[in-house]
Design a protein around this ligand. Structure first.
Ligand code: AHM
Ligand code: MG
Length: 334
């Protein structure tokens, strides 16, 4: 029976990625190796996040030798950097935690560059709200010493992107340019199992997600759009508002249920808050791969060419039809 097969034929993320690689005979398994190191980082962070609340309650933090316990985001960053360098498959790493990019020493270099936010939404840790890791993968341009230009590429050049959400369960969502698949960590096996094959975002959604506390500084099109979510003039029902304030959780809900997530630019922060390389690009990549869209208020988000590694951009992403509406409002403004 199909149901039995479901229970006994476990499609782990490793097996899934190896299967995908057989479609590319020239591949030598480097990508699978890189991904297995990312997966290890995610498992580590998942365990650390789950223990964090308890450690605090028991007063363990900082008691031994008066040495402060490392902050979870700093710890997660170290784990990812070390795992990625030791994979032997990377040349340049860009992390939201580090001012400068990490250039891997020549002996350990490989052809990939990884941009990531090791623990996004960390201000939510103390109240147990879902947080996550976001990552994107590029290939270095051939035959030269790695330079920053290798990571300052448009999002359209990404080979793969994903996130891992540390919530009521630990879920890893991945795209290697052929659709989007979701895997859930089975803690007893220590393996990510395919639980959400071929995710497609609904064409239109019933939810909008934005920090409305910034409304007084919004521009015309964003203001008009959010107004139309609450007071639609086309006879449709108003949308529901959901905003967690943790990008991975807000985007994950948007991907599964449909709707729109926006972090617009405003008078105070013309480029919004979210970072192009390791927040805007990976999430936009996943949205497009799932049949949705991602827009900056001026252009397709993945067409941006970042000039600095920590650059920010406004972002509107989600269901195809919902993003189309905001695109029309910005086009009308010009
Ligand atoms: P952080 O890098 O300080 O954790 O900020 C990133 C987070 C995102 O997860 C989330 O989408 C956004 O900040 C929420 O911002 P705001 O609190 O301004 O609504
Ligand atoms: Mg962040």
């Amino acid at each position: 029976h199909a149901a039995d097969a479901h229970r006994t034929d476990l499609m782990t993320i490793t097996r899934f990625v190896l299967n995908e690689q057989t479609k590319h005979p020239e591949s030598r398994g480097d990508f699978s190796i890189l991904l297995s190191h990312i997966v290890l980082g995610c498992k580590f962070v998942c365990t650390a996040v789950n223990k964090a609340g308890l450690a605090k309650l028991l007063g363990l933090a900082g008691e031994t030798n008066g040495e402060d316990q490392k902050k979870l985001d700093v710890l997660s960053n170290e784990v990812f950097i070390k795992a990625l360098v030791s994979s032997g498959r990377t040349s340049i790493l860009v992390s939201e935690e580090d001012e400068e990019a990490t250039f891997v020493e020549p002996a350990k270099r490989g052809k990939y560059c990884v941009v990531f936010d090791p623990l996004d939404g960390s201000s939510n840790i103390d109240c147990g709200v879902s947080i996550g890791t976001i990552f994107g993968i590029y290939m270095i341009k051939d035959g030269h010493e790695p330079t920053l230009d290798d990571v300052l590429q448009p999002g359209t050049n990404m080979l793969a992107a994903g996130y891992c959400m540390y919530g009521s369960s630990c879920t890893l969502v991945l795209s290697t340019r052929s659709g989007v698949n979701g895997f859930t960590l089975d803690p007893s096996l220590g393996e990510f199992i395919l639980t959400h094959p071929d995710i497609k975002i609904p064409k239109k959604g019933k939810i909008y997600s934005v920090n409305e506390g910034n409304a007084k500084n919004w521009d015309g099109p964003t203001t008009k759009y959010v107004q139309s979510c609450k007071y639609p003039t086309d006879g449709s029902s108003p949308k529901s508002l959901r905003y967690i304030g943790s990008m991975v959780a807000d985007v994950h809900r948007t991907l599964l249920y449909g709707g729109i997530f926006l972090y617009p630019g405003d008078k105070k922060s013309p480029n919004g808050k979210l970072r192009v390389l390791y927040e805007v690009f990976p999430m936009s990549f996943l949205m497009e791969q799932a049949g949705g869209q991602a827009f900056t208020g001026k252009q397709r988000a993945l067409d941006l060419v970042p000039e600095k590694i920590h650059e920010r951009a406004p972002i509107f992403l989600g269901s195809y039809d919902d993003v189309e509406e905001i695109k029309n409002l910005y086009a009308a403004e010009e």
